[in-house]
Design a protein around this ligand. Structure first.
Ligand SMILES: [Zn+2]
Length: 331
């Protein structure tokens, strides 16, 4: 799983840093994957292989979430040159410019201000964010507020109000970072590329009622089909972590007819995943650890077994898991 591919910035405050890798790291990751004996194949082929139980081939699937412009402008030429198939899971509301890249808006607001005031009574009004440490703490606090304390639809209202107050243009932000429909069509026309669905408004499905969750998936599917002429067969849950996805959501996407759905639960594919391709794990190429040696470790699957144990232990002792630094929440 990847998000942005672009040259690294030098600013000390980069709370979304784990969501971007450099073009050089993308190239070396592909080289490492292949050097370890893994073929890079399309998600269609991978799901077929998984279901057929043919376990002798070692394979990897490259996916990019959300539909960022740099996927086309920076990653695509590299992937094309290396002949590596890949999938882009597009959130159609971002391409329509009606939805919110709220985590980027939050980053920009905090980066440019020394204090952030949310609505009165939210418990997080008047946060000081002068130093990098304060800015990071402020981002974490607002992230918790927006993903745990307020509902998904209120989250967008809060962010829109903040954007208004601090002069961030949400539509311009999507224009700057997310592909246009013409650009999505350019990728869609290449047999090397699979366009997958990622809902319309990028809500955490588990935090919506079943009807709203289903509507968000169906709207995303319809918009992609209208704009590209193809109905996506594969789906990625927004955020993809336990707070954002539950069994019910797997049932929703299964009923809609997707061939597979991917989460952000860290892990490599195992035979057990063949039984339920609606909750596939992924390996996030974390922008904070752009060392080709980590690719070799990921491919062994060992770090994810460790993650599961650490997460289980943290839950058991009621403490925040120390592994969150290595497996932070993604969007
Ligand atoms: Zn996403």
């Amino acid at each position: 799983m990847m998000h942005h591919v672009r040259p690294s910035g030098a600013e000390p405050f980069q709370p979304n840093r784990h969501l971007e890798i450099s073009p050089e790291f993308l190239r070396s990751a592909i080289e490492r994957i292949r050097a370890n004996g893994y073929e890079i194949i399309s998600i269609d082929e991978a799901v077929d292989l998984l279901k057929s139980g043919y376990g002798h081939r070692r394979y990897a699937v490259l996916t990019f979430d959300d539909g960022y412009k740099d996927n086309l402008e920076i990653a695509y030429p590299i992937l094309k040159e290396l002949n590596a198939p890949f999938t882009v899971f597009v959130a159609s509301g971002l391409v329509d410019r009606t939805s919110e890249l709220w985590w980027v808006a939050l980053e920009r607001i905090i980066a440019e201000n020394e204090e952030v005031v949310i609505t009165q009574g939210s418990g997080v009004d008047g946060l000081s964010c002068r130093t990098t440490a304060e800015k990071n703490a402020c981002f974490e606090k607002l992230l918790d507020h927006l993903t745990l304390e307020v509902g998904e639809k209120d989250q967008r209202l809060v962010v829109r109000a903040l954007a208004e107050r601090y002069g961030v243009d949400m539509e311009a932000l999507a224009d700057e970072l997310v592909m246009t429909w013409d650009q999505v069509r350019t990728l869609s026309a290449d047999p090397l590329v699979t366009i997958g669905a990622h809902t319309h408004d990028h809500f955490a499905m588990a935090r919506l009622d079943a009807e709203d969750a289903r509507t968000d998936v169906l709207t995303g599917l319809r918009r992609l089909e209208e704009e590209t002429g193809r109905r996506p067969k594969h789906f990625a849950y927004p955020y993809g972590k336990p707070y954002a996805v539950e069994r019910r959501d797997a049932d929703i996407v299964r009923e809609i007819g997707f061939a597979s759905s991917v989460t952000t639960l860290p892990g490599v594919l195992q035979s057990v995943n063949a039984r339920d391709p609606m909750m596939l794990p992924r390996v996030s190429l974390n922008g904070r650890f752009q060392d080709p040696a980590v690719i070799d470790q990921y491919l062994t699957g060992a770090p994810f077994a460790l993650y599961r144990v650490a997460r289980w232990a943290a839950t058991g002792f009621g403490v925040r898991s120390g592994v969150s630094r290595f497996f932070p929440s993604t969007r």
